[in-house]
Design a protein around this ligand. Structure first.
Ligand code: PGA
Ligand code: ZN
Length: 411
């Protein structure tokens, strides 16, 4: 039974304020913090009310607490509904989706703690046994980096040949190290600058970045004896110019219409044997997604982030249109853990791979590591280095130790 809900303003990894919530029950406590996006999807819930976190702390904490005190922390679906009613808007703009999601996650953690259970086991049950493969962020461009960086937002890698989580996260860290050397060999002025998610920000073309990404995967993969495959988040909504109906690649000085974009991405997937490509088209272009998935969906994961924004209805549309075979899962895009779970469930029922993900602005909150294991998600996207990223990766190493018979997830 919930006895108190406390809200505070804390720092995130970009130095911006974010919200942290403590939920206190008669015999336990749960704590969770919300992350924040930079390349947010248009259909995400609104993170904060007009007055920001300060308004939540000063004016809404007591109101929310009074609604939740006395409720059973195990009854998360009802609690999430009550929070929506308290908000009263369609997009959570009155109390903020970051407020509701932090409360929702803190409630779940308090419920798990009341059984002395880790969150992954509370969600996934006693049989949970599989670790997700980490999608590691190696180089950053686009909205996560400066103006001379590549247009593609994230150059990622997946150690698909790893047989345990420790080997997997250290393989990613090795590729990250190797890439620094490879960038320096192309650009002697490179000083080791990093983007929001800890990937290097090189002053090189998209093509050059793709080439050294592939090379680093191959070299490190050979050295470690672990197959490592390149992946991308193109975050194409950020490149799309609606007036011109073109994707603008500023760094390369090239504009592509949807047809060109399909050819461009397909060519990259074929040339570099890409494992995973996220948001290759604008968030409104389900058609472009469908065409690409029809061409390459048998050999590459085509993932919707801004396209689906963790929203069950948008995913249902994507399933009907065969728009993608993977979906990014970011709880704060939809504002509650129970709705996040409903989206994951729909994805799994339709063979869409759910990819539990961090955001570019993060805290040391480790909840998503538990969600990835509890949801039995084959992939987790949470960077490769940096305190707020390793908080999740190191938690996965601890979870692996606790599991009776741990294996890496399957695709
Ligand atoms: P965001 O971006 O957290 O800045 O929205 C991450 C992503 O696009 O995957
Ligand atoms: Zn994305």
């Amino acid at each position: 039974i919930i006895e108190d809900v406390q809200v505070r303003k804390i720092l995130d990894s970009r130095g911006n304020p974010t919200i942290e919530v403590d939920v206190i029950t008669w015999n336990s406590k749960g704590r969770a913090a919300a992350p924040s996006g930079a390349s947010t999807g248009s259909y995400e819930v609104v993170p904060y009310p007009k007055g920001g976190i300060d308004e939540v702390v000063s004016e809404m904490e007591d109101l929310i607490a009074s609604e939740l005190i006395g409720m059973d922390a195990e009854d998360l679906v009802t609690i999430d509904e009550v929070l929506k009613e308290v908000d009263g808007t369609d997009n959570l703009s009155a109390i903020g989706g970051n407020t509701t999601v932090a409360i929702s996650m803190a409630v779940a953690k308090a419920a798990a703690a009341s059984y002395n259970m880790p969150l992954y086991k509370y969600i996934g049950g006693n049989l949970v046994n599989e670790l997700p493969f980490p999608l590691g962020n190696m180089m950053n461009g686009g909205a996560h980096a400066g103006i001379n960086a590549p247009d593609i937002q994230e150059f990622l890698v997946v150690p698909v040949g790893a047989t345990n989580i420790s080997d997997a996260v250290f393989a990613n860290a090795s590729v990250h190290k190797r890439l620094k050397e490879l960038i320096q060999s192309k650009d002697s002025n490179f000083t080791g600058g990093k983007g929001d998610e800890g990937g290097w920000v090189p002053n090189i073309s998209n093509d050059a970045a793709l080439e050294i990404q592939a090379r680093a995967c191959e070299e490190v993969g050979d050295e470690l004896g672990i197959e490592i495959r390149p992946s991308l988040d193109i975050a194409a909504s950020e490149l799309w110019n609606a007036a011109e109906q073109k994707y603008i690649y500023a760094q390369d000085g090239i504009k592509r219409d949807t047809g060109d974009q399909i050819d461009f991405v397909k060519d990259i997937i074929d040339t570099y044997n890409m494992f995973y490509v996220e948001d290759p088209f604008d968030e409104s272009d389900f058609g472009g997604f469908s065409q690409l998935t029809a061409k390459v969906g048998d050999k590459c994961l085509i993932c919707g982030d801004d396209l689906f924004v963790t929203n069950k209805e948008l995913l249902a549309k994507g399933i009907e249109m065969k728009a993608a075979n993977a979906i990014i899962i970011k709880p704060n895009q939809i504002g509650s853990l129970s709705e996040t779970y409903a989206t994951v469930k729909l994805a799994k029922e339709n063979n869409i791979v759910p990819v539990v993900s961090h955001r570019s602005g993060e805290t040391t909150d480790e909840t998503i590591a538990h969600l990835a294991v509890g949801f039995s998600s084959p992939l987790i996207k949470t960077g490769a280095i940096g305190g707020e990223r390793i908080a999740k990766l190191n938690e996965l190493i601890r979870i692996e130790e606790e599991l009776p018979n741990p294996t890496m997830n399957k695709f």
